[in-house]
Design a protein. Structure first.
Length: 418
């Protein structure tokens, strides 16, 4: 029979199994706050310190290639029309992480000898060195959901002011990550979060406990923002910038999460009849909060999940994705790494938000997200600011995708480990 301490620990681990979707979310929480959009967040070090964009990420989970079917280049809609030079810099960034993985070393080395500004040379490089494989669902269908995410800009400050009153917390020192992968390999890269109390690991503080100014949480803010709904949205997107009163912008990114499951605040309000589905956007939720300030804190706290951030170098060209490299506007996507090797080129065939206008592009699988589950599931990174956000929050399209694997690296070989 287990001792009381062991029983408590095992009970927490069993409870933690319910938290795994949140624990595995890289650029944010589950990113499913609004019914019309399902965005994503990156498994990052549990330190608020900035990281080097060139640092290689941890090896990804083993990839199952059972969802891949050999394809021909002429089966990729619009492949010959895409300006693949726009994908060249993102591809070189992928190589920074892929170059030491079996099957990818040689093709990454060959990239060094290609003129990335020459469209024909880039096209010939991919067609000569890769083979396309269509990604299919377990039932052999080829269509999946394509949503969007972006990097929001929030007004705030590095110190608390009368306007900037809502803290953006770094990783608290008492947050611990329980890694059970040595006993349960299927839990690799899915650590549980908690804190130690009387030599026992217990669940970490919920959002309500973290935001209670009279409570026991003693985390340290790395910045402050003006709007609590925008802060929740930042946690959902997983990265963003804070615009200071001087006009300067500070970049922050996902660092860790409290381990609690995500609940959609918008869905809660819809269920209560306080919002209708058409109003349940970021803007609708923000407006509801302004009209109901006395209810806002309690409603936000019904989502127990909470994301902690870290300051990122201002020199980065984009937010860091799960691959550990900066994302590129309209050329980076989040995928389910159980089906697509992180870093791999992926040709995406979908449509622009709220339209049937074709959107066919070579993308790089450089990110993941807790809600991005399934072989054909995709989250499209639209870039920075309100215009990108307008597209991202309206994107809920059908799409197909093809992963490009180096010649000689067949689906029988696991390219997701090294």
């Amino acid at each position: 029979m287990a001792s009381p301490a062991e029983a408590g620990f095992l009970g927490f681990c069993m409870l933690g199994a319910l938290f795994l979707p949140a624990c595995s979310a890289p650029h944010g929480t589950l990113r499913e706050p609004y019914p019309q959009a399902v965005p994503a967040g990156p498994p990052a070090p549990s330190s608020p310190a900035a990281v080097s964009p060139s640092a290689p990420p941890a090896s990804g989970p083993a990839v199952s290639f059972s969802s891949l079917r050999p394809a021909r280049w002429d089966e990729l809609p619009g492949w010959s029309d895409d300006d693949v030079t726009e994908a060249w810099t993102p591809w070189l960034r992928s190589c920074a992480a892929l170059s030491k993985r079996p099957g990818w070393e040689e093709v990454c080395e060959r990239s060094r000898h290609v003129d990335g500004g020459d469209r024909r040379a880039v096209m010939e490089f991919f067609t000569a060195n890769f083979r396309p494989y269509q990604v299919v669902n377990p039932n052999e269908t080829a269509e999946g959901l394509v949503t969007g995410y972006y990097e929001p800009i929030l007004r705030g400050d590095l110190v608390r002011t009368e306007r900037a009153r809502y803290p953006v917390y770094g990783v608290p020192p008492d947050l611990v990550r329980v890694d059970l992968s040595s006993l349960y390999p299927e839990l690799k890269h899915m650590p549980l979060r908690g804190r130690v109390v009387d030599n026992r690991v217990v669940p970490y503080y919920s959002r309500a406990e973290i935001t209670d100014t009279a409570g026991v949480f003693t985390g340290r803010p790395i910045a402050w923002v003006e709007d609590p709904v925008d802060l929740l949205h930042l946690q959902i997107q997983g990265s963003g910038r804070i615009q200071l009163p001087t006009g300067e912008q500070v970049r922050i990114g996902y660092a860790d999460q409290n381990g609690h499951p995500f609940r959609s605040v918008a869905r809660i309000l819809i269920e209560r009849g306080e919002l209708i589905a058409g109003e349940a956007s970021l803007y609708g939720l923000r407006e509801w909060g302004r009209k109901n300030p006395e209810k806002l804190t309690a409603v936000l706290n019904e989502n127990p999940s909470y994301v902690f951030f870290r300051r990122l170098p201002d020199t980065l060209s984009g937010p860091l994705g799960a691959l550990g490299v900066p994302l590129t506007e309209c050329r980076s996507i989040a995928v389910d790494p159980r089906h697509i090797p992180l870093g791999a080129p992926v040709f995406l065939s979908t449509t622009w938000p709220l339209s049937d206008r074709p959107l066919n592009r070579l993308m790089m699988a450089q990110d993941t997200g807790g809600a991005i589950r399934g072989a054909v599931r995709v989250d499209y990174f639209w870039g920075l600011g309100d215009e990108a956000g307008s597209r991202a929050l309206r994107m809920k399209q059908k799409g197909k995708k093809w992963v490009l694997l180096p010649v000689g690296l067949t689906p029988e070989v696991s390219a997701g480990t090294r």
